[in-house]
Design a protein around this ligand. Structure first.
Ligand code: NAD
Ligand code: IPM
Ligand code: MN
Length: 358
């Protein structure tokens, strides 16, 4: 077996409820396959602001640097969403840890389990067979460009900025992934309007020559948002910038049935960071009804990408599939029109996955 140190950062809201199950799945895999996973916990987000005054305490960052992988939940609290004047905000913790750890590539696989064909609001015949891998750039763009507010507070700006090396390094990762998939890459930008997108497109066009075995397509973001629901099967690897990728992947969650199904891996210079794409979900937090599968599938990505444990990763995905086949559903993926569905809460659903792992 392998020895690994895993930092768990549950965060806020449903982050705490679902991450417990991602961790339990990793613990079960460790026992079943005789690995030694040592878990540590770190705080980030609203809980960290309450405890220390800052959304990402140095102690959490230090633990992150010393770990072999990180399992993260979500951060966010209604208090800040409702008061845009607050200067210290939970989301700053997440942005800072991504930047500090050099996590520039956010992989968001959109894979539809056949059992969930009816869970989406999109017609089954449009969805069947959809399988997309998003490469969302994660440490640049308007997220990290200079922010300004005029002295009279009446004017504000966020700089949308990209450097050639930032585009090139994530584009290479996306091309490499396309090579081991269906060899199609769609780069999404707004090059008809934005200078940063024109740089993006230039860089991808240059790389396209180097990766001539991969079919490259360029698409504008507005069209991509439409094509994604019109014909999701036309996409294989989608490469895009930070903000566009944030928005497109929430939209794409409907291809997989729910926000509660989408896992992600953030990779780059060093340690891998694994998290659901969803947030802390104030509307359902504390009710015990959040879908834990996105966290569990994030754990599966960790096993595969950070630890190279392909069999173990596949075992987790199979356990999720088996659970769905047995008809177990959290509220977000339940289909009112189907009998033989057992709608349950977070803990009952997580427990079913664990049963299927044994
Ligand atoms: P959200 O992703 O938290 O929720 C959007 C919708 O999806 C809600 O209706 C929610 O109930 C549902 N949903 C999300 N995850 C689910 C799950 N596992 N099971 C069932 N339903 C689920 O987005 P939001 O409401 O726009 O944001 C809430 C807070 O989360 C904000 O403070 C925001 O800043 C933060 N946020 C954090 C992250 C993150 O930590 N990575 C991501 C997005 C939003
Ligand atoms: C995500 C979230 C974050 C983002 C926020 C909370 C900073 O929406 O992980 O998708 O925009 O990247
Ligand atoms: Mn998001």
């Amino acid at each position: 077996g392998v020895d690994k140190k895993i930092l768990v950062i549950p965060g806020d809201g449903i982050g705490q409820e679902v991450t417990a199950w991602g961790q339990k799945v990793l613990e079960t895999i460790a026992v079943n396959y005789k690995h030694n996973f040592v878990f540590e916990e770190g705080i980030m987000g609203h809980v960290a602001i309450e405890a220390t005054g800052t959304p990402l305490p140095d102690e959490t960052l230090e633990k992150a640097r010393k770990s072999d992988a990180i399992l993260f939940g979500a951060i966010g609290h209604a208090k800040y969403d409702n008061d845009p004047t607050l200067k210290v905000r939970p989301e700053q913790g997440l942005l800072k840890i991504r930047k500090e750890l050099g996590l520039y590539a956010n992989l968001r696989p959109i894979k539809l389990f056949d059992e969930l064909l009816e869970a989406s609001s999109i017609k089954p015949e449009i969805l069947r067979g959809a399988d997309i891998l998003f490469f969302r750039e994660l440490t640049g763009d308007v997220y990290f460009g200079e922010k300004k507010r005029s002295e009279d507070r009446n004017t504000a700006s966020d700089l949308m900025i990209y450097h050639r090396y930032e585009v090139e390094r994530i584009a290479r990762k996306a091309y490499e992934a396309a090579r081991s998939r269906r060899k199609k890459l769609c780069s999404v930008d707004k090059a008809n309007v934005l200078e940063s997108s024109r740089l993006w497109r230039e860089v991808v066009q240059e790389l396209a020559k180097e990766y001539s075995d991969v079919e490259t397509e360029h698409m504008f973001i507005d069209n991509a948002a439409m094509q994604l629901v019109k014909d999701p099967k036309r996409f294989d690897v989608v490469l895009t910038a930070n903000l566009f990728g944030d928005i497109l992947t929430d939209e794409a969650s409907q291809i997989a049935g729910s926000m509660g199904m989408l896992a992600s891996a953030s990779i780059g210079d060093s340690v891998g960071f694994y998290e659901p794409i969803h947030g802390s979900a104030h509307d359902i937090a504390g009710k015990g009804i959040a879908n834990p599968l996105a966290s569990i599938l994030s754990a599966a990505l960790m096993l595969d990408i950070s630890f190279g444990l392909k069999n173990e990763s596949l075992r987790v995905i199979k356990a999720v599939e088996a659970t769905l086949k047995q008809g177990y559903r959290t509220m977000d993926i339940a289909n009112k029109h189907t009998e033989n569905h057992y709608v349950m809460g977070t803990d009952a659903m997580g427990a079913k996955v664990l049963e299927n792992l044994n």
